[in-house]
Ligand binder design. Structure first.
Ligand code: AMP
Length: 193
């Protein structure tokens, strides 16, 4: 089964993806985590991606599509995948459709996390304070200015994929501001169809 979670940064996609991973035996693929792993090992790809990510912009479709095309063929993705942070553009969505069509395995559902942007800014500022209080390093793209850019990138480049999935009859919405358990329960109902 292939599930896609779509929503602005900080909407709770990662939290839900981890819960669903356990629940359904699927593999969470967070393209943000994959890119951060490339940065951590200092690969060429990581070096290229870092400045783009720190500014809150999108890494190129070509890089992202290649990354996912290779990753979904790995044995740990055999039972299916929860895409967390991919696709983020219409071109990525079309490329993913083509990949899955080749495998004869369609997308099961696309779940949009509907959230209040100002509440996301508040959540981020709270998270930064807590991280600093715990003496831990704050991520390079974790600041209000970058978040505001990421929200605008989401509106301009990622939100246009919603009508694409809507017209395919795949799009379902969840209230991303609801408590974590409530969001999980809603997603499970959607997945059961
Ligand atoms: P995330 O952890 O999903 O919020 O991603 C962090 C950053 O990684 C984003 O702000 C982008 O710069 C980059 N990124 C992650 N996924 C993608 C994607 N599918 N396409 C382009 N850039 C991405």
């Amino acid at each position: 089964m292939y599930l896609i979670l779509i929503g602005p940064p900080g909407a709770g996609k990662g939290t839900q993806a981890k819960i669903l991973e356990q629940e359904y035996g699927l593999k969470q693929l967070s393209t943000g985590d994959m890119l951060r792993a490339e940065i951590a090992v200092g690969s060429d790809l990581g070096k290229k991606a870092k400045a783009v990510m720190d500014a809150g912009n999108l890494v190129s479709d070509e890089i992202m599509v290649d990354m996912i095309a290779n990753r979904i063929e790995q044995p740990d993705c055999a039972k299916g995948v929860i895409f967390d942070g991919f696709p983020r553009t219409v071109d990525q969505a079309e490329a993913l459709d083509a990949m899955l069509a080749d495998k004869g395995k369609p997308v099961h559902a696309v779940i949009e996390f509907v959230v209040d942007e100002e509440a996301l800014v508040d959540r981020l500022n709270t998270r930064i304070r807590q991280t600093l209080d715990a003496g831990q390093p704050v991520r390079g793209d974790d600041n209000e200015e970058t978040l505001r850019n990421r929200l605008s990138v989401y509106r301009n480049q990622t939100a246009p994929i919603l009508p694409y999935y809507e017209s395919a009859g795949l799009l379902k919405k969840v209230d991303g501001m609801a408590p974590i358990d409530t969001v999980t329960a809603t997603i499970k109902t959607i997945v059961r169809g």
